[in-house]
Design a protein around this ligand. Structure first.
Ligand SMILES: [Mn+2]
Length: 289
């Protein structure tokens, strides 16, 4: 397994100085830095080259996360929005390929966070989302990119809430570079058994997000890490394990993630770094066995 961290642990916006976080991730001992792909199409050639070479120089693998906004939703009933979604993914995938990113994950099949003031058409969105993901998967394959479809809890999206649904969706798409992505935070809300959910995904598990029930770093809560580790080893998981902690309120990140209190206890950046490093040690120990 390779272990990583999402840059937004330290940031309040869906964009950041990724070069800075690459160097930090390397210093803290991570194999991977996950970046946000939300605004990657606005980066200049020079910025892209700086990020790419920083990752190379620091021996850090980059992965990307994305929560497409409603106007770029591949599963929308509006064909114009679906087209905009495809265009957005074509441009975003092209750009992340230049960073040598080989894995992107999130609600690629839908949009995030779901707007529940609007009516929900779960099966309609499911079908349109599967068709849309299949279409972009061919372009992604040419770039060597795997699309990891994240299963989210009911409050954030309605299309895929369980590993079982994620597996059914990915089988329906039926493409080798489209996989299921699980996240312990969402599993804690939706799954009868967290180990069971991991076994349900089995060989289709493409990416794993980790975090405690309240999104603190792994090891600072009551998530069943022993059970998670046993299940991952049981399915022979060799993929990426990226912690996705959110402990500070404020900005677009705090608002979208619904962080309404400071879970960091007013931690300095040095303290956040120390917590991440300890959590990395804990994660390797619990999950790799
Ligand atoms: Mn996640």
């Amino acid at each position: 397994m390779k272990f990583g961290i999402y840059y937004a642990y330290w940031e309040q916006e869906w964009v950041g100085d990724f070069k800075y976080y690459i160097e930090k991730a390397a210093k803290l001992g991570f194999d991977i830095l996950e970046i946000a792909a939300h605004q990657i199409t606005t980066y200049s050639d020079k910025q892209i080259e700086e990020i790419r070479s920083a990752a190379k120089a620091n021996n850090v693998l980059l992965t990307a996360g994305i929560g497409p906004t409603a106007d770029k939703n591949l599963s929308s009933a509006d064909p114009a929005i679906r087209e905009r979604g495809k265009k957005f993914f074509t441009e975003t995938l092209t750009q992340i390929a230049r960073l040598e990113v080989r894995a992107i994950g999130g609600a690629l099949h839908s949009y995030w966070p779901a707007d529940y003031t609007k009516p929900v058409d779960k099966m309609g969105d499911w079908q349109r989302g599967a068709d849309g993901v299949r279409e972009i998967s061919k372009f992604a394959e040419e770039l060597g990119i795997t699309l990891n479809i994240e299963v989210l809890n009911r409050f954030e999206n309605f299309v895929l809430n369980t590993a079982e649904e994620g597996v059914a969706f990915v089988r329906q798409v039926g493409r080798p570079n489209v996989k299921v992505m699980l996240d312990t935070f969402h599993m804690n809300i939706e799954e009868d058994s967290i180990g069971g959910a991991i076994r349900t995904a089995g060989p289709l598990l493409g990416h794993l997000h980790t975090g405690e029930c309240n999104r603190r770093v792994p090891g600072q809560g009551r998530m069943p890490w022993r059970e998670i580790g046993e299940a991952l080893r049981g399915i022979g998981y060799q993929g990426n394990v990226v912690m996705e902690p959110f402990v500070r309120s404020g900005g677009s990140v705090g608002n979208d993630i619904r962080v309404w209190r400071d879970l960091s206890n007013k931690a300095s950046e040095q303290k956040l770094d120390r917590d991440a490093m300890e959590s990395l040690r804990f994660s390797r120990f619990m999950l790799e066995g």
